[in-house]
Design a protein around this ligand. Structure first.
Ligand code: DGL
Length: 275
């Protein structure tokens, strides 16, 4: 099992921001990345549809003998983690729990903001998890859907004046409530860290992918499934990319999310996994 790859799946290319964090904390592993680029975005879809898509991606990962499934998509983590866990024969890590733990550790004034897609925010997954973990502490959670962020970030408008205006609008209510911690509950939002810090100076930003990666180190180490430097020496990350479509912007967007160029992906028809 130890030498099997880690499977990371997402609704599209955004999950590469999560993969980037995994490579940072688990640099000696092999990875299989699956992006459902033919059906992205998931963020405005119904929970039923997201669950169906998540089951297909899970089956794909299991067929590729992964030792761990990382549900990089916050939308899937919010509405379909239970179906992934039910189906999976290997451990599963979603984005909600690691980020909720980190947010509770970071907040001083016990007022936490959460931003995400509509589906993520409507599910209340982050709020419920934070409250569940808060151990009776009175924690205030203020959430805000930011549906315009995904297309803007994919467009590369990270420092565009329009992005600043939209961000200010989205963050206004969170600012008013004086949150001191903000959960970036979407694969895309870590790319806006700089801008969000400028708009809310002093805020603790919680990158869900980063905290999920730290948790994965512990999980794999406990099961003696962690590949360390002494086991193998790799010059560069070992990643196999699978997507359900190659959009014209794929290579540019992937490079922006991952920080390095991506090799040509294999195409997979996820409908084949619908049974
Ligand atoms: N990956 C999604 C998420 O983290 C964002 C893109 C989408 O809406 O599919 O919620």
């Amino acid at each position: 099992m130890k030498n099997n790859p880690i499977g990371v799946f997402d609704s599209g290319i955004g999950g590469l921001s999560v993969l980037k964090q995994f490579i940072r904390f688990l640099p000696f592993e092999r990875y299989i990345y699956l992006g459902d680029t033919a059906r992205v975005p998931y963020g405005n879809r119904s929970p039923e549809t997201v669950k169906r898509y998540a089951m297909e991606s899970t089956k794909f990962m299991l067929e590729h003998d992964v030792k761990l499934i990382v549900v990089a998509c916050n939308t899937v983590s919010s509405v379909a983690l239970d179906v992934v866990r039910e189906l999976s024969t290997v451990p599963v890590i979603g984005m909600i729990y690691p980020a909720a733990v980190a947010a509770l550790r970071a907040t001083v004034n016990k007022t936490i903001g959460v931003i995400g897609t509509r589906a993520t925010i409507n599910s209340n997954a982050y709020t419920d998890e934070i409250k569940k973990l808060s151990d009776g502490d009175k924690i205030k959670v203020i959430s805000q859907a930011c549906p315009l962020f995904v297309p803007i970030i994919e467009e590369g408008w990270l420092e565009h004046p329009a992005t600043r205006l939209i961000s200010e609008e989205y963050l206004a209510s969170l600012k008013e409530e004086k949150i001191d911690t903000l959960v970036l509950g979407c694969t895309h939002y870590p790319l806006l860290k700089q801008l969000l810090t400028e708009i809310m100076p002093g805020i603790s930003l919680i990158d869900s992918g980063e905290h999920a990666a730290v948790m994965a180190v512990r999980m794999l180490a406990e099961k003696e499934n962690l590949i360390e430097e002494k086991d193998v020496y790799v010059q560069k990350p070992q990643i196999e990319f699978f997507v359900s479509d190659v959009p014209s912007t794929f290579y540019d967007v992937a490079q922006r999310f991952l920080g390095f160029g991506v090799e040509s992906p294999s195409i997979v028809n996820l409908n084949d996994y619908s049974k």
